[in-house]
Write a protein that binds this ligand. Structure first.
Ligand SMILES: NC(=O)c1ccc[n+]([C@@H]2O[C@H](COP(=O)([O-])OP(=O)(O)OC[C@H]3O[C@@H](n4cnc5c(N)ncnc54)[C@H](OP(=O)(O)O)[C@@H]3O)[C@@H](O)[C@H]2O)c1
Length: 358
């Protein structure tokens, strides 16, 4: 049995608590939240689980094998470095880190410690996305992937403080960067514009990014927090033999659908709808994707499966996401999406810093 600690008991902490608790091979033991009473209240719901006031005590507890990290992204680096030092496996929420240098450092520390680190891009495990991946095997060469993710989020919270959460592209778009990379391979060039509309926000609530891939394929990712008429992700994939359209939302399984369009016309395609008990209560539209992600992670740890690629994947998606911000900042397309953040160069700069901080 593997024991689990969770840092951060907001919405995602609650999602992690439920699915780690339901996994037959893990047991929820320790919780931390900045506001202690929130962790205490969540711990009361799970037998044998308790809250601690200092996150370091959760990570350093000898009985804990896995950490689920759901704190703001600027907290992740220090927390993951301590996990690596204590040889604890980590599932952490996106955005992976406050910045790409921190993300690279986390990946390096995870590799050196031999721990598994998975960044929570659970959309890879969504039934509709899995169906799209299956159909793409029959669709021939992929020419383009066009994503739109819009919702109405006018509030100003911790998420909209520079460095803590991210703008709409880090928060929502990073998932779509990850899915694009899953289908299209590595990114060659990124250009982007973003805008802040809401007073009081330090990060963008509109972003339109264009990604060019080594394969020659292109992806557009448009994200908007001002869409009063949408809570959904929509995607259109143009390929040699067919077009695949799909959509789903975070909140309602009924928003989901997928179509295959070839020369013979449009067909609505079936996908596997999970059993009701496997549908997430916080984000029902994500169906069983969090459960699948957590089961995948736990199985890899139990069976000794090498999933180091997952940590590298998290870093590369972060780098490609970061390039969109660089493009806006410099008002030009970014060609060296990964090259400018080479790990060996970073390693040298870390040694020079030598202060053990991020
Ligand atoms: N994978 C997905 O689809 C998905 C969906 C939603 C969110 N997320 C990600 O999950 C992470 C958490 O989001 P959430 O929706 O769970 O957020 P949330 O419900 O707003 O909870 C925020 C959590 O962060 C803590 N926090 C906020 N500001 C803090 C600060 N300055 N210092 C320390 N702790 C602070 C809060 O503690 P208090 O209780 O003390 O305020 C709370 O534990 C984010 O990175 C987000 O991008 C992922």
């Amino acid at each position: 049995m593997l024991n689990v600690g969770i840092l951060g008991c907001g919405k995602m902490g609650k999602v992690y608590a439920r699915w780690f608790d339901e996994n037959p091979n893990t047991r929820l033991k320790l919780l931390y939240n900045r506001t202690f009473s929130t962790a205490e209240r969540l711990a009361e719901q799970y037998e044998g689980c308790r809250a601690l006031a200092d996150w370091r005590d959760v990570v350093e507890d000898k009985g804990i094998d896995i950490l689920g990290i759901c704190t703001p992204s600027n907290e992740h680096c220090e927390q993951v470095l301590l996990c690596a030092k204590n040889k604890k496996n980590v599932l952490l929420e996106k955005p992976m880190a406050g910045n790409v240098l921190e993300a690279a450092r986390m990946k390096q520390a995870a590799d050196e410690a031999g721990i598994n680190m998975l960044v929570g891009f659970q959309m890879r495990f969504h039934p509709v996305v899995m169906k799209a991946s299956e159909l793409l095997k029959e669709a021939g060469r992929i020419y383009s992937v066009d994503f739109y993710f819009g919702m109405y989020r006018p509030e100003v919270t911790w998420r909209h403080v520079l460095g803590q959460g991210g703008g709409v592209f880090k928060e929502l778009g990073s998932h779509l960067v990850d899915l694009s990379r899953m289908w299209l391979g590595e990114v060659r060039r990124v250009s982007s514009v973003n805008r802040i509309f809401q007073n009081g926000r330090e990060v963008e609530d509109y972003c339109n990014a264009m990604l060019e891939f080594n394969s020659g394929a292109c992806a557009t990712i448009a994200c908007n927090y001002w869409d009063r008429d949408s809570r959904a992700i929509r995607c259109r994939i143009m390929a040699e033999n067919a077009q695949i359209n799909f959509s789903f939302s975070s909140y309602d399984p009924a928003d989901s659908g997928i179509e295959w369009i070839d020369a013979d016309g449009k067909k609505t395609v079936g996908f596997i709808i999970p059993a009701t008990e496997n549908i997430d209560a916080v984000y029902p539209g994500h169906m069983d994707s969090f459960k699948r992600e957590i089961d995948f992670f736990v199985d890899a740890i139990r069976t000794g499966k090498d999933i180091r690629q997952s940590g590298l994947n998290g870093l590369k998606s972060m780098e490609a996401t970061n390039a969109a911000y660089e493009s806006q900042r410099l008002h030009k397309a970014i060609d060296n999406v990964y090259d400018s953040f080479r790990l060996d160069e970073l390693k040298n700069s870390f040694i020079k810093q030598g202060d053990g901080k991020c």
